[in-house]
Design a protein around this ligand. Structure first.
Ligand SMILES: Nc1ncnc2c1ncn2[C@@H]1O[C@H](COP(=O)(O)OP(=O)(O)OP(=O)(O)O)[C@@H](O)[C@H]1O
Ligand SMILES: [Mg+2]
Length: 229
């Protein structure tokens, strides 16, 4: 359902060229929980940003559910991002003045759907990530792990085809990290497709497949015994 064909990304700064991604071809199937590993600077975030349409490859192609992410207008790309892709980041990126439920609802509010209509779904998602009693709390009244749960619920509100997570536990202690991995695993068990960038080897136990990047190139691709081949 996600396909990269010979995707490369080269950043140029003056005379210097940085090959952030080199000729990566990769298919990700529906329902996979893919972990992306590799040293700092190996191209993990670049790969995730290409899959999520936040960035365009210098050469090669990216498809989400058969739709090309190239040769389309910014407006079309924005719509694909909003409707098919959920993002989770290391620093949560919650709006401090909004409650947990409002933060979760935000992607649909931006589509012009009234809060009264979205709220029940936001509250239900918060309940699903274990935050039923926290819907009216603001981010500053939540722990780091709770903030990340809100961010996960927000990423799910538009029922995305794929959930993309860039170091979702990079800012959390190990116990809280395990809780977040376990939550992602639960979502995976329910069929959610997930692509997660992580430095954490323990995360591998939660996913169904691990790819490794080295200097921008695909250097490893193993199945970890889940349903994915
Ligand atoms: N906007 C940019 N301009 C120039 N070079 C960039 C840019 N973004 C990334 N790079 C370079 O591309 C390479 C890959 O970067 P990327 O962020 O994908 O690495 P990463 O694997 O996510 O690293 P980390 O684990 O530290 O987050 C790095 O060498 C980086 O310096
Ligand atoms: Mg990165």
């Amino acid at each position: 359902m996600i396909e990269l064909k010979n995707a490369s990304k080269t950043y140029r700064r003056g005379a210097q060229a940085v090959h952030a991604l080199r000729d990566v071809s990769l298919g990700i199937r529906r329902g996979e929980f893919l972990s992306v590993m590799g040293a700092s600077g190996s191209g993990k975030s670049t790969l995730l940003n290409l899959i999520g349409g936040l960035d365009q490859p210098s050469s090669g192609e990216v498809f989400i559910e058969g739709r090309p992410l190239h040769g389309i207008s910014d407006h079309e790309l924005t719509l694909i991002r909003r409707r098919h892709i959920g993002f989770i980041f290391q620093f949560f990126n919650l709006l401090p003045i909004l409650t947990a439920a409002e933060n979760v609802a935000l992607p649909l509010l931006l589509e012009g759907i009234p809060y009264a209509e979205v709220k029940p779904k936001a509250v239900e998602l918060l309940r699903r990530v274990g935050l039923g009693p926290r819907t009216e709390h603001r981010p500053e009244e939540l722990s780091g792990g709770e903030m990340q749960r809100v961010a996960i619920a927000r990423a799910l509100i538009a029922e995305p085809a794929v959930l993309l997570a860039d170091e979702p536990t990079g800012n959390l202690d190990s116990h809280t990290s395990e809780e977040i991995f376990a939550l992602l695993r639960t979502l995976h068990d329910r069929g959610q497709t997930i692509v997660m960038v992580t430095h954490d080897h323990r995360a591998a136990a939660y996913g169904s497949r691990i790819i490794t990047l080295k200097d921008g190139a695909l250097a490893g691709d193993i199945s970890t015994g889940g349903e994915a081949a």
